[in-house]
Design a protein around this ligand. Sequence first.
Ligand SMILES: [Zn+2]
Ligand SMILES: [Zn+2]
Length: 336
Amino acid sequence: MEESARRAGALVRLAGSGLIVPPSCACCGEPAARSEPVRSPGRRYELIVGYCEDCSGHVGGERARKLAGGMGSMLLGLGLAFALPLSPKPLPPVALAALTLLGALVPIGVVALWPRRPGRGHAAEGPAVRAVSEDQLLAANDRWAAEFARSNDLQRERATFRESRISLGMLPGPVLAPLLAVLAFGTTSPVVRVLNLSDERLRIEVDGTHVGDVDPSSVESPAAGVELRISVGRHELVARGPAGQVIERTPVTIQSGRTHLFAPASTGYCFWLETSGYGRTQAPAITREPLEGTSRFWSLPENLGGWFLPAPAAALAEARLTGGVVTVLRQAPCEP
Ligand SMILES: [Zn+2]
Ligand SMILES: [Zn+2]
């Protein structure tokens, strides 16, 4: 009876200023030896609440537990954000973000859900007084609340005191980690443009995992093909026809800081890098560098100015000003 009576807290409506705070411990009622500030969410008021030596200890312990949860969440989240994008089985960005978020939530869940009760004679585990709004204070110890209300002539009503098990310091992990995972994915998984020059739909596999389908596009078009993101390193690319037959199977090395072209069943088509260069004074000089080799996979410069179209006018205008170059990838049937 005594125990539950102590845990049933009270809600006090605040009014006026210069409030008198009881000299007793807000948790157990013993004489206070230390103090903790309690601020309203909008900082309209701040009370200095007293705690005894003993209670000050368990309030600090609870704060340390929350901090540990926040740190654990950050560390686990960051670890996953940088490790998952490098996994040999490529995951889509949404799955990456979801997994990282889940990982970052585990330490917080452990801290928040771990069962603990206030010790005998104590009203709370963490702070025993909490500001719930700009003019309401929730206290765990009803006797403390009664004294506080009496000495300030305030209204008090019985209310259940629920400890908040989550703190703001726990937020950075779950918020930042998924973002970083997607960012890390972008930098560790370069773009592979897959072009289908056959006349049937192709199914693309990376290391035996189906990652997408590509519709045919025989005419040179900037929108042709699909862009995949594949992690840096060695992989096997396979293109299969509608009946599952292998059209192309090739071992590849995905390089960091490059874009890549995979064009299965593209015999008869030629690809070349077309570079428009400007000196400060002369007219543009166009150089063409054919993509060679028997494999239908190529590593290309990262900063391509365009795919399957002549250098765009805007990019050319900028290159003219800076004396730079614009490189685009072009495609056409090979000449006999
Ligand atoms: Zn105490
Ligand atoms: Zn206590």
